[in-house]
Design a protein around this ligand. Structure first.
Ligand code: NDP
Length: 310
């Protein structure tokens, strides 16, 4: 299958380009940069497995080009598209309808063409729920969760999902402390319930300081790294190895090949730890299910992702 990157502007200027492909392009991912995306591998594996005569392509769009290109999806015969950096917030603005997660997160990662309307979904958080269950055999809603990097896009999406799930406890940590504090204030009311502990205690922000993290981590079951620390092979662990204990579950959202320092340190401490491939897989599987209205062939998609990341 062709793994090239196409100019997204062609959706409006030359829509025939996509229909003339063999098989025709009916799905894709908008981004800038986008050439590194391994999403085509997983979606094309799924389309082939299901015998659907269409392909998923990379669509390079600048910030200026994105809105018009996304609106041209229907005219070019697309079912929808994924949206990645830096367009997730802009995608929200151009949608006619939004799912609850996209609305609260303020970001869209999945566009669906529905007649003349464009619908926006966010599958990152729901994908994490499936990934946590698959990796650790537990439900996110039953856990006390600490999110490192709560001020970033991924961290916000994960925090919103924890709030929608009303998980036991949510501790938000971010290098720029005010972002985590603002998010905690925004989400706290969603933790109101008849449980004994009140919303103020169930959703808190703590400063990016070893002592504060250590104290809060003591009351957590799951540590999620949603910072970009670990993207480079030479990156250190976002937190000191001395904070990692055998009872912790550690989920690093980084999905590049090779273990991150955090996963390495967690395993050395006797904790169960995983990288972010399963989150990438399940957010993709959910997008696929929304577009095709059929269960995603998850194992084919996983195999393709693992091969593509090297
Ligand atoms: P953003 O740029 O939006 O956010 C980056 C986050 O990392 C911010 O919270 C930022 O803090 C923090 N950060 C960056 N550098 C440091 C540092 N040196 N020390 C402490 N904190 C730091 O990126 P995204 O949210 O889009 O992506 C974050 C990570 O999530 C990436 O590694 C990406 O690979 C992963 N991801 C994984 C997905 C999956 O499916 N597995 C899906 C999406 C993302 P501050 O606010 O202070 O700048």
């Amino acid at each position: 299958m062709d793994s090239a990157t196409y100019p997204a502007a062609a959706l409006s200027t030359n829509p025939g380009l996509f229909s003339s492909m063999e098989p025709p392009a009916r799905l894709g991912v908008f981004g800038d940069p986008v050439a590194h995306s391994i999403s085509p591998a997983m979606h094309n594996a799924a389309l082939q497995k299901d015998g659907l005569a269409m392909q998923y392509v990379r669509l390079h769009a600048t910030v200026e080009e994105f809105p018009a290109a996304a609106r041209a999806l229907a005219g070019a015969g697309f079912l929808g598209a994924n949206v990645t950096i830096p367009h997730k917030t802009a995608a929200l603005e151009i949608c006619d309808d939004l799912d609850e997660h996209a609305r609260i997160t303020g970001a869209v990662n999945t566009l669906v063409v529905d007649g003349g309307r464009l619908c926006g979904f966010s599958t990152d958080g729901p994908g994490l729920v499936r990934a946590v269950h698959e990796e650790f055999f537990v439900d996110l809603r039953d856990l006390r969760v600490m999110v490192l990097g709560a001020g970033g896009g991924a961290g916000r999406s994960i925090a919103v999902q924890c709030a929608l799930e009303k998980c036991e406890r949510l501790v938000l940590v971010n290098r720029t402390a005010e972002k985590a504090a603002a998010l905690a204030r925004e989400l706290a009311s969603r933790f109101r319930s008849d449980r004994l502990v009140g919303p103020a205690e169930r959703c808190i922000a703590v400063p990016w300081e070893e002592k504060a993290i250590a104290a809060a981590l003591d009351g957590c079951d799951l540590l999620i790294n949603a910072t970009s620390i670990g993207l480079r092979r030479t990156d250190p662990s976002p937190i000191s190895p001395s904070l990692l204990t055998p009872n912790l579950l550690v989920f690093d959202t980084i999905y590049s090949a090779g273990r991150t320092k955090l996963v390495e340190n967690a395993a050395a401490a006797g904790a169960r730890a995983c990288d972010g491939l399963s989150m990438l897989l399940h957010q993709g599987a959910l997008s696929y299910e929304i577009w095709t209205n059929r269960p995603a062939p998850v194992e084919e998609m996983r195999g393709a992702l693992m091969a593509a990341r090297g």
